[in-house]
Design a protein around this ligand. Structure first.
Ligand code: AMP
Ligand code: MG
Length: 325
């Protein structure tokens, strides 16, 4: 499937395809999504088939505007309105109790639904042309690296999708922050670009953080998720050169996702240098990992970036893509 430039004609056609129950991949500010009509259980089942994703992994329903929240949520708590007001359109999904009308196929059988208004002109135009909610997980095969460019979607899903809208590279690069507002204290289920502090400031409440919660509910939080096929190791900066040399001495082909370290050139070594700032690092992360993963290397070494709060989302994804050494 060749991606189509996301002009007005292509977006209109994509909306028609969605109405017919077909699958359309489209850009959002986070990653590319694999969309289906969220009110059509059969269409939604097509997403799971195309991704090879287990049916109990819930999807996020994308909306054109926060005014559509009451169409999907049984109740919209004040906290949800506050977050929507401040952060939508934007890289934040909220989990609310679902309306009876929301297909269980969308929610993986749960009585809650994830909702978000994406901040991307193509996604918003598609949502407006379509008129309803679009269920969309990342447009990759199950457990693989999320796509941040239209070409990645074509690589991942081939002809399993009726259309791929090309809106250029995604700006944020990692999946949305997910906040559970379905009961009790608000919980961070998945970190994203928005900081915990910014969300807490709006809620005027502290968030329950994943490290404080033992029982894991969001499939996006599984230990291995966004992973390359090549064995990947997450390595402290000071051990990187030594570890790389050990593998090179063993005649292995080594890819390095480097942050600050400079490694001496070696015929079996490919170094992908990552940007300094967390925003630029996050934006480049999946494309860089995908590039190294496509080189048939024996091993990928990821230099551990800073382990500060600002890097929470990046470190979360690296922890899922690579095994810590
Ligand atoms: P993906 O975009 O592929 O990461 O998929 C959407 C993610 O949203 C899932 O992996 C879940 O972590 C999360 N999600 C969606 N709906 C719910 C829900 N009702 N409860 C908890 N997590 C959800
Ligand atoms: Mg995903």
């Amino acid at each position: 499937m060749t991606p189509r430039p996301a002009d007005a004609v292509a977006i209109h056609e994509a909306a028609q395809l969605l109405k017919q129950g077909r699958l359309v991949a489209f850009p959002t500010e986070t990653v590319y999504g694999l969309g289906a009509d969220a009110s059509n259980a059969e269409a939604v089942r097509g997403i799971f088939a195309a991704k090879g994703r287990p049916a109990d992994h819930p999807l996020i329903v994308h909306l054109a505007d926060k005014s559509m929240l009451p169409d999907w949520a049984a109740e919209v708590p004040a906290s949800a309105w506050q977050l929507a007001e401040r952060f939508w359109p934007g890289p934040l999904a909220v989990i609310l109790r679902k309306k009876v009308s929301v297909p269980l196929a969308v929610t993986g059988g749960q009585d809650t639904v994830a909702l978000r208004v994406p901040n991307h002109p193509v996604a918003l135009q598609l949502l407006q042309a379509f008129g309803g909610g679009i269920a969309a997980p990342s447009a990759n095969r199950y457990c693989r690296i999320s796509p941040t460019q239209a070409a990645h979607v074509a690589e991942e899903l081939g002809d399993a999708v009726a259309m791929i809208l090309d809106g250029g590279p995604c700006q944020v690069g990692v999946e949305s922050t997910i906040i559970d507002l379905s009961g009790g204290q608000p919980r961070l289920l998945r970190p994203g670009q928005l900081s915990v502090a910014a969300i807490e400031a709006v809620l005027q409440q502290t968030l329950l953080l994943p490290e404080a919660v033992s029982e894991i509910r969001a499939p996006g939080m599984m230990a291995v998720h966004y992973a390359p096929v090549t064995m990947a190791l997450l390595c402290p900066a000071q051990d990187l050169a030594k570890l790389a040399q050990t593998f090179l001495d063993g005649h292995q082909r080594v890819g390095v996702l480097a942050y600050q370290q400079d490694l001496p050139a070696h015929p079996l070594l490919v170094v992908e240098h990552m940007p300094d700032s967390v925003a630029a690092y996050a934006q480049a992360l999946y494309a860089s990992l995908r590039k190294l993963d496509g080189l048939q290397l024996d091993r990928i070494l990821v230099e551990q970036p800073p382990q500060t709060e600002a890097w929470r989302a990046v470190n979360d994804r690296l922890g899922k893509a690579a095994v810590a050494v």
